[in-house]
Design a protein around this ligand. Structure first.
Ligand SMILES: [Zn+2]
Length: 427
């Protein structure tokens, strides 16, 4: 919307003045994702008393700033958000909170030091190789999938070829010189950090998309697929045990980071990814027939997760965790295929610690999800988190895979073998 249209949507709020106050008077168009929201805010600006607005905004300011204020605020914030909501018994030690805050606000400065110390070139080279092998395995898979039509298959392969993998850390480091950190009050440093990010984002308006930018800092133990850039991103933080170990055997790495790489890649081809083309533009490239086939197979996964009981009458919400659970199943399947492919033409590796390579691959997958959650935390997560609880992620994908049953000599009727008519397969 141009400014005139936006202003017509919210006559009670002056956008011109707002953009001027925040230092960006030149903003002339805005992508309004939720027009209904703004219409409602406009209505309430007139109907809710000014004093209530002041209370509401003050409360938000204090609530947001609480973790950076004096210890009474910090403690009270923890009492509710940590203890009551999540069942956490004690607040993290101060040094861990400081490291997390530094990563949040100066993550690419911290990350530069982090990768120098903990992410050697050998690790990057081996991770590069794994991503390459996983892409090759997904290429084979997309070429032979029974449910995808020929046109869509062609587009899928073109999209895979256009993937940008980012591994470890960005090519260029962020310039923080506009962020003033001093020895004054901590909360003011934190607020200036927020301001710095706000300004950095708004300065992008009207400029070409920076495809080199990263959405996670290098020390982050996580990964992502970004549909708008058609990229898969693996920060150095996740390229360490239990996900990845440059010194370990391939089986261990394929079951860990290999499955994570596969997980992120399949997001490019699922019910979200289908809405974006190879360049990251919002453009559906599936036929109605492909979507029907996909949804039919997805329903199997939804049912599987609805069946996982968390506690009492609380169970996983299959609809909520569907996309991520499909990615887990696809990721582990593709990682397994990539591992088998990597063994072709070589002499078979022997057992280690009494486990075959295939067994080690699946054990590595399970170990990635070894966690210990409080019941309060689990109750919160099943309502909010599009990922299933770790204890279900550990067992869900392998129990659908004939390769798992084969690796551990499981029979029909065993706990980790789903009945034939309930076995889910998508990728
Ligand atoms: Zn995911």
């Amino acid at each position: 919307m141009d400014l005139a249209k936006l202003q017509a949507l919210t006559p009670n709020f002056s956008w011109e003045r707002f953009f001027h106050e925040v230092g960006f008077p030149e903003i002339s168009t805005v992508d309004v994702g939720q027009p209904d929201f703004l219409a409602e805010v406009n209505r309430e600006l007139a109907s809710v008393p000014l004093d209530d607005w002041k209370t509401y905004l003050r409360w938000h300011l204090v609530d947001d700033a609480a973790p950076s204020l004096s210890s009474k605020f910090v403690q009270e914030n923890f009492e509710f958000k940590g203890r009551t909501l999540q069942g956490t018994k004690e607040i993290l030690p101060r040094w861990k909170r400081c490291v997390a805050a530094t990563d949040r606000q100066l993550g690419f400065a911290l990350g530069k030091i982090y990768v120098e110390q903990y992410f050697p070139p050998e690790a990057k080279a081996r991770a590069d190789q794994m991503v390459h092998n996983l892409i090759a395995a997904l290429h084979d898979d997309l070429s032979t999938l029974p449910w995808m039509g020929p046109e869509t298959r062609k587009a899928a392969l073109a999209k895979l070829d256009a993937f940008t993998p980012k591994i470890g850390y960005p090519d260029k480091w962020r310039d923080y010189s506009a962020f003033k950190v001093d020895r004054g009050p901590y909360v003011l440093n934190a607020l200036r950090g927020d301001q710095f990010e706000f300004n950095r984002d708004l300065k992008k308006i009207g400029k070409p998309v920076d495809r080199t930018e990263w959405g996670m800092t290098p020390p982050t133990v996580n990964a992502y697929y970004n549909a708008e850039k058609n990229e898969i991103v693996f920060p150095a933080g996740i390229l360490q045990p239990p996900f990845f170990n440059a010194q370990a055997d391939d089986a261990l790495n394929y079951g860990g980071i290999g499955a994570v790489i596969g997980h992120e890649m399949t997001h490019g081809f699922d019910d979200e990814g289908r809405k974006f083309d190879a360049q990251g533009n919002l453009k559906n490239w599936w036929t109605p027939e492909d979507l029907k086939n996909f949804n039919q197979r997805a329903a199997c996964v939804e049912k599987q997760f609805d069946g996982y009981v968390v506690e009492g009458d609380i169970h996983e919400n299959g609809k909520l965790v569907l996309g991520e659970s499909i990615a887990d199943l696809g990721g582990l399947t593709i990682a397994y295929k990539a591992f088998e492919k990597s063994l072709e033409g070589k002499s078979r590796p022997g057992s280690i610690d009494g486990f075959t390579p295939e067994q080690r691959l699946f054990l590595s997958w399970a170990r990635v999800w070894a966690a210990n959650d409080r019941p309060e935390f689990e109750r919160l997560m099943v309502n909010l988190n599009p990922h299933a609880l770790d204890r279900f992620r550990a067992i869900a994908a392998p129990s659908n895979m004939p390769a798992f049953a084969k690796a551990f000599d499981c029979k029909h009727g065993d706990a980790m073998v789903r009945p034939d008519d309930q076995t889910c397969e998508i990728w």
